[in-house]
Design a protein around this ligand. Structure first.
Ligand code: UD1
Ligand code: CA
Length: 482
């Protein structure tokens, strides 16, 4: 049962000017999830009766993302009066008139704030019977944040925004994290009286604190356990800092779950990824999107997997793969480029400098060197020799290549699709295969070799080659001795 006395408001209407981006700030991803997705997940964990998001800038993109990430959230449009105070005022007016519980306010640009911290804030607020409780932090560098001004008794007196602060106030290290719990009554009473008479020309939510205190009502502040939890993302430097922190948490989580990760600093793992026990992730690897990795695999070094499925004991080295499936004990790399729709069967191999796309490669089949395999199906236990190319595109349409099981494609074969190679068939080196090859046949397409004797001495007289030929006296090189 959700908490009928709890509402969460997520602020996401700001312009995010300091990001200098076409993309709305709250849609910039960290760990593969838009920032606002992390905040909405935290809101959901509190199990409130209402989740409201306030949008304005790039409202269509932002509200589409919200609808996908948290369909139950109510989207409120902020009008052209700017400021966090106006945003919360409009969210509160979208709550049912008879709602008389507490309103948690968080920002869409504070992605690492966790539900346990907020639940603690709500409990402290309710326990103290306060009208407002804010989450505070003490920072080494408080630049940009609102400062908490305390009175002679050490109680919270008001919040002053950086832009409006005196030099003495700027020296205060205790900041407003931008996350709060208010009684809805306090908001209903004080938000309508906010003005835009300040340095930013905005209605500041933070002014409600001073108004409550002036009315003699209790306001509390609860310090956060670690300042980074409430780190806001206003620019791209802060975006990368918070992304690195979240990544460190994710990497450590997998290490404690039995995954060897040799270099956390160069390993990036998205939130949705799963990894089995005793898998090793080597330096410079990125596991992105909905990638899943089974146990005992070895990934890296320098490997990127996007939305891939990796089976038990498989290994992938110095390669890049997207939307691909690698079955148990398959091996890939180094230096291969695996495009969407690739499926490599159990124990199969994609070796060095191979590109694949829409290629279903059977169990135990090998594509060891320098190949392009696209729009292709290969049966089990076949071998595609070095330099095999499927020529799948005629300039207008893509065509399919079908190769059976236990086939031996010789080096430098071009398979001109559409074409089918039957089970157990062979091709000769350098073949350009334009017609189907029946099961068990050998396909030869290269003209028989003709040696024109004495050509060099006749046509290149006096050259070093001609001299070498004369010295050899027509002999082919001797067999190397063992
Ligand atoms: C705000 C606080 C500041 C606090 C800091 C913590 C105010 C006035 N100041 O400052 O005390 O230290 O957060 O990170 O609240 N937004 C709207 N509508 C608007 C303006 C902003 O929805 O009209 C949203 C933004 O999208 C953002 C959040 O509110 O998610 C905070 O806005 P921002 O402009 O980043 O406030 P700060 O200057 O960081
Ligand atoms: Ca901010």
């Amino acid at each position: 049962m959700s908490d009928p006395r709890l509402a969460v408001v997520v602020l996401a209407a700001g312009a995010g000017t300091r990001m200098r981006s076409k993309k709305a700030k709250v849609l910039h991803p960290i760990a593969g999830v838009p920032m606002i997705g992390h905040v909405l997940a935290t809101a959901r964990e509190l199990d409130p009766a209402h989740v409201l998001t306030v949008v304005r800038h790039q409202r269509d993109e932002v509200s589409a993302a919200i609808a996908e990430l948290s369909p139950e959230a109510i989207v409120v449009d902020q009008d052209d009066v700017p400021g966090t105070g106006r945003a919360v005022e409009q969210a509160v007016s979208a709550l049912p008139a008879d709602f008389d519980g507490e309103v948690v306010v968080v920002s869409g640009d504070v992605p690492l704030l966790d539900a346990a911290t907020l639940a603690g804030l709500v409990a402290a607020h309710r326990g103290a019977g306060a009208e407002a409780t804010l989450l505070s932090a003490v920072l080494d560098d408080a630049t940009g944040y609102g400062r908490i001004v305390r009175d002679a008794d050490g109680g919270v007196d008001r919040i002053v925004e950086h832009k409006d602060a005196s030099d003495a106030e700027l020296a205060i290290a205790e900041i407003n994290s931008g996350s709060y719990v208010f009684s809805v009554a306090a908001l209903r009473t004080h938000l309508p009286s906010l003005t835009t008479e300040n340095a930013a020309g905005e209605k500041y939510l933070t002014e409600v604190v001073g108004l409550l205190r002036a009315a003699g009502q209790p306001v509390a502040a609860v310090p956060v356990a670690e300042p980074w939890i409430v780190g806001g993302v206003n620019d791209r430097a802060q975006l990368s800092e918070q992304a690195r922190r979240l990544n460190a948490i994710i990497v450590r989580g997998w290490q404690l779950a039995g995954v060897t990760i040799t270099d956390p600093a160069t390993t990036w793992i998205d939130l949705a990824v799963t990894i089995g026990e005793d898998t090793e992730i080597l330096p410079g690897s990125r596991l992105l999107g909905a990638t899943t990795i089974d146990r005992d695999a070895v990934i890296g070094p320098d490997t990127t997997l996007v939305d891939c499925e990796v089976g038990e004991g498989a290994s992938i080295s110095r390669s890049e793969a997207t939307l691909a499936v690698f079955k148990a004990f398959a091996t890939v790399g180094p230096f291969s480029f695996i495009r969407p729709g690739t499926e490599l069967g159990g124990g199969g191999k994609i070796g060095a400098f191979v590109e694949t796309k829409n290629a279903k490669i059977g169990r135990g089949t090998k594509v060891p060197h320098l190949s392009y395999v696209g729009d292709t199906e290969v049966g089990e236990e076949s071998n595609l020799g070095a330099g095999t190319i499927t020529s799948n595109y005629d300039g207008v349409n893509k065509h399919r290549t079908t190769i059976g099981r236990n086939v031996r494609i010789a080096s430098h074969t071009v398979l001109v699709a559409p074409v089918r190679i039957g089970d157990g068939a062979y091709t000769g080196a350098g073949a350009v295969v334009r017609k189907d090859v029946p099961a068990g046949s050998l396909a030869l397409t290269v003209a028989p070799q003709r040696n024109i004797e004495g050509w060099v001495e006749q046509k290149r007289p006096g050259s070093a080659s001609a001299q070498a030929a004369a010295d050899a006296d027509g002999q082919t090189p001797a067999e190397p001795t063992a």
